[in-house]
Design a protein around this ligand. Structure first.
Ligand SMILES: C[S@@+](CC[C@H](N)C(=O)[O-])C[C@H]1O[C@@H](n2cnc3c(N)ncnc32)[C@H](O)[C@@H]1O
Length: 445
């Protein structure tokens, strides 16, 4: 069936959905036959679908470029696809609570039962470790669940539309869906959002951060007095330049542009995983830990550095962002055994790796640069905890450290669900140095 509205060309197809892509969409192959019998197969991604489901989908072709406006950088957009009818639902399906789920670019998995999300994330990590990492049987532990997989985000960056209303953008577009609440944002962010959405906000964005343990919220740009008064009336403690968050009993100061883990409850579990991955566990463990020098590479505001400093002899923390460094210096102001280095990990770590006992490394999605991996291969470190927000680059780096140069053994790898309802996957891998001649078989410790 073809429906034409002005320039919109929409076709409908009844199909059975295939596996989920890494981005959390269901794949489907559409086969079209030409008059001469030639078959054309087209791979489409269906948001809010699940493997095995029988559905009717609508496919809207992207508009052609306006004549004369085609630049050299123009690329055809993928078609917009959505489910119009669900004929046979998967047993893993649940009702997505958000009215804009499927259209909004924020979440991809609200329609999937939470236990199935955890299992899917583990399977993705396993597959990437096998295909990219070269691990036949990786020591993969179950995904650590988020105890309450809703209202967990302590940081939202809302886009603001022409009318000044904040919201999130629709998938694959810059179109703002104005929102008064979001089911994955912390309740205090939603409270602030509902107030902001009654006013005209400056474009292009409104950043809202909150604490999981207090009424502090930080909003940028700084709201005008009238809005600030309404925020205060609703019980929120408005901060504009810095705010504080608590993690494993320590207080961290955070500026608007500094990185801080987005899910405070899961960050607590992650911090414990980092500590148990790096600290010795024998009878003399306290004394032994006091002898260690460890590096916190890509340290942000110093989360792991501050917690490690309670246990080890010395921590060296490396970070390039000026804003995060200022926060880290404040966070570590009373701690004497942490040295904070401002600069790039790729410039600093090679000068340090020969004299350290442990390393926690938490790079951005792109993973570690080759020069960082080279330094860890040339001067092996006894224990490494690699925290990753992108399992494909983690698998690539583990392949280099454990197989291409078999210097480390992968002891454990564990996904940790930092981002429920979305396709983002965080993992923590623990590596240990293998002396030459020892076997490098991967183990679950
Ligand atoms: C994923 S965050 C980790 C932060 C910290 N470990 C935490 O748990 O809060 C990555 C951090 O690395 C910093 N960064 C990115 N590239 C860097 C580089 N080449 N050298 C040093 N720091 C970098 C970013 O500014 C950011 O603070």
């Amino acid at each position: 069936m073809i429906q034409q509205e002005q320039e919109r060309v929409i076709t409908h197809h009844t199909v059975t959905l295939g596996p989920l892509t890494r981005e959390g969409d269901a794949q489907v192959e559409l086969v079209r036959q030409d008059a001469d019998g030639t078959q054309h197969t087209r791979l489409l991604r269906v948001p809010a679908g699940l493997p095995g489901e029988r559905v009717t989908i609508a496919v809207e072709e992207p508009p052609p470029p306006r004549s004369g406006r085609r630049s050299r950088r123009w690329k055809p957009r993928p078609p917009k696809v959505w489910i119009t009818e669900l004929h046979e639902a998967s047993q893993l399906r649940t009702i997505a609570p958000c009215p804009v789920f499927g259209t909004c670019g924020g979440c991809q998995l609200q329609h999937m039962q939470y236990a199935a999300q955890l299992e899917w994330k583990r399977d993705v990590v396993r597959q990437l470790l096998q295909e990219i990492g070269g691990f036949d049987n990786p020591p993969l532990l179950p995904t650590v669940p988020c105890d309450i997989p809703w209202h967990y985000r302590n940081h939202m960056r809302f886009s603001v539309n022409r009318e000044g209303k904040p919201g999130l953008t629709a998938r694959g577009t810059h179109r703002v869906l104005p929102l008064q609440e979001c089911p994955i944002a912390e309740e205090n962010i939603n409270r602030a959002l509902s107030i902001l959405s009654r006013h005209e906000n400056p474009r292009p964005q409104a950043l809202v951060r909150c604490s999981a343990y207090s009424q502090q919220v930080m909003i940028q740009p700084v709201p005008p007095q009238e809005v600030a008064a309404q925020l205060a009336e609703s019980g929120l403690d408005l901060h504009t330049e810095t705010m504080e968050e608590t993690l494993v009993g320590a207080t961290f100061r955070i500026r608007p542009s500094s990185f801080f883990q987005t899910n405070t409850a899961q960050a607590e579990k992650m911090a414990q995983m980092v500590l148990s991955g790096l600290l010795p566990t024998n009878d003399q463990s306290n004394e032994a830990a006091q002898q260690l020098t460890v590096v916190d590479a890509y340290c942000g505001v110093g989360t792991f550095a501050l917690l490690l400093a309670r246990h080890v002899g010395k921590v060296i923390a490396i970070e390039e962002s000026a804003s995060a460094i200022k926060d880290a210096q404040w966070n570590m102001r009373t701690v004497e055994n942490v040295e904070i280095l401002k600069g790039k990990v790729e410039a600093m770590l090679p000068t340090l790796s020969s004299r350290i006992d442990g390393l926690v490394i938490d790079p951005p999605r792109a993973g570690c640069q080759q020069v960082v991996l080279d330094a860890l291969i040339q001067h092996p470190v006894s224990r490494i905890v690699y925290v990753s927000c992108e399992p494909s680059t983690l698998a690539r780096d583990l392949n280099i450290l454990c197989h291409l140069h078999p210097v480390y053994r992968l002891r454990t790898i564990q996904p940790l669900d930092m981002f429920p309802q979305t396709a983002h996957i965080e993992s923590v891998a623990v590596l240990e140095h293998v002396e030459s001649g020892q076997q490098t078989e991967d183990t679950i410790a």
